[in-house]
Design a protein around this ligand. Structure first.
Ligand SMILES: *Cc1c(COP(=O)(O)O)cnc(C)c1O
Length: 352
């Protein structure tokens, strides 16, 4: 079965071998305070920064998931109020998690089929951090680097946090534009679930110091203290950190990956215009995600396509949130091979 599910997703094909090597080299039972671990952690962060073009002054933290990052931001980077820009289910969840901890969290909802206009957003003075879901996995929309740049220019004194869970390592992201970036590795990194990455600018670290939260095992300052020695404040997913380093080592720079993914996305979007009974959920080309393709149709048709695909060995992603029954999603993640993509397209031409 080839998985086109947008997370957990198809693994990079090398992962099986790397897992065996990790076991053979004894990495599965190393102590997380040992110098072997420190070396794996340090070299993984180094290759991550190199391949994804992450500024050297940013700090990378290993966490367990993107969801955990929502909570860390609420605990360690906001005193009172955040501002959430939301057009789908994941941004909404981020807002809701934050709002439970910080009832002053504010939200701007915008329609998923309209472009966000940064000039028209009025962010209250008391909002300390602007929370943006760069790639909304639930409906296959994305917010471009250019729009993030405009939001930053208009709000130079505020921190910006970006959920890039289903785009980081798939498309080029300009890390300089925001202060906190996070993702989990079961999406574009093509790895098994159970590891998240949180990447912080010096301004974010400074803000954490002002807030001085140290109440939780995953308080940013506790994590920072340990990360000075390439360690974590808990026993981390050593296997996944190792796999991340190994996989990244073999990959080209993100700009090259991004080009491939964008080209495949254009092909998919052109392709689905021609398939009877199916439509692109996102009509405006400039809003469409390169990494998550959402296809809309009648409920029965959607169900039928998913079942027929499964019989042929293709796992399509279910719809999500309010698009659960009316769409399916295709992950356009870099671990998926060109041949598999071509075979999937052939399937769509012939399944009826
Ligand atoms: C998948 C996803 C999450 C949740 O990731 P976890 O690893 O399950 O915490 C959060 N945000 C977005 C945009 C996602 O796609």
């Amino acid at each position: 079965m080839i998985s086109f599910y947008p997370g957990p997703s198809q693994l990079y094909s090398q992962v099986h071998d790397f897992m065996r090597e990790a076991a053979e080299e004894g990495f599965l039972s190393i102590n997380h305070r040992s110098k072997e671990f420190v070396e794996i952690s340090r070299s993984t962060i180094e290759v991550l920064k190199d391949k994804l073009n992450i500024p050297s002054a940013y700090t990378v933290f290993f966490v367990s998931s993107a969801t955990e990052c929502w909570e860390i931001i609420a605990q360690s980077l906001i005193k009172k109020s955040s501002f959430h820009i939301s057009n789908g289910a994941f941004a909404e969840k981020w807002y809701e998690y934050t709002n439970k901890l910080l009832p002053d969290a504010k939200r701007l909802e915008f329609p998923f089929d309209l472009e966000l206009n940064p000039q028209s957003i009025n962010i209250p003075a008391e909002s300390e951090i602007i929370c943006i879901t760069q790639n909304e996995t639930s409906n296959g929309t994305q917010i471009t680097n250019e729009i993030i740049q405009e939001i930053k220019n208009k709000n130079p004194q505020k921190l910006i946090a970006i959920d890039a869970t289903s785009s980081m390592a798939g498309i080029y992201l300009d890390f300089d534009l925001a202060d906190v970036w996070f993702a989990s590795v079961q999406k574009c990194f093509g790895l098994p679930a159970g590891l998240g990455l949180m990447i912080c600018s010096p301004a974010a670290i400074e803000k954490a110091m002002q807030i001085n939260d140290t109440k939780y095992y995953n308080s940013l300052l506790s994590m920072l203290e340990k990360m000075k020695d390439w360690q974590t404040s808990y026993t981390p997913n050593v296997l996944n950190i190792y796999l991340l380093g190994r996989v990244l080592q073999d990959l080209p720079n993100i700009k090259i990956i991004s080009q491939r993914i964008e080209n495949i996305a254009i092909d998919y979007y052109n392709y689905f215009r021609e398939i009877p009974g199916l439509r692109l959920l996102v009509k405006d080309q400039s809003l469409r995600s390169a990494t998550v393709i959402a296809i809309e149709g009648e409920m029965n048709e959607i169900k039928r396509v998913k079942e027929a695909a499964k019989e042929k060995g293709f796992l399509l992603g279910n719809g999500y949130g309010k698009w659960k029954d009316s769409t399916f999603r295709i992950a356009n993640f870099p671990a998926i091979a060109d041949d598999d993509i071509n075979n999937l397209k052939k399937f769509f031409k012939s399944y009826k």
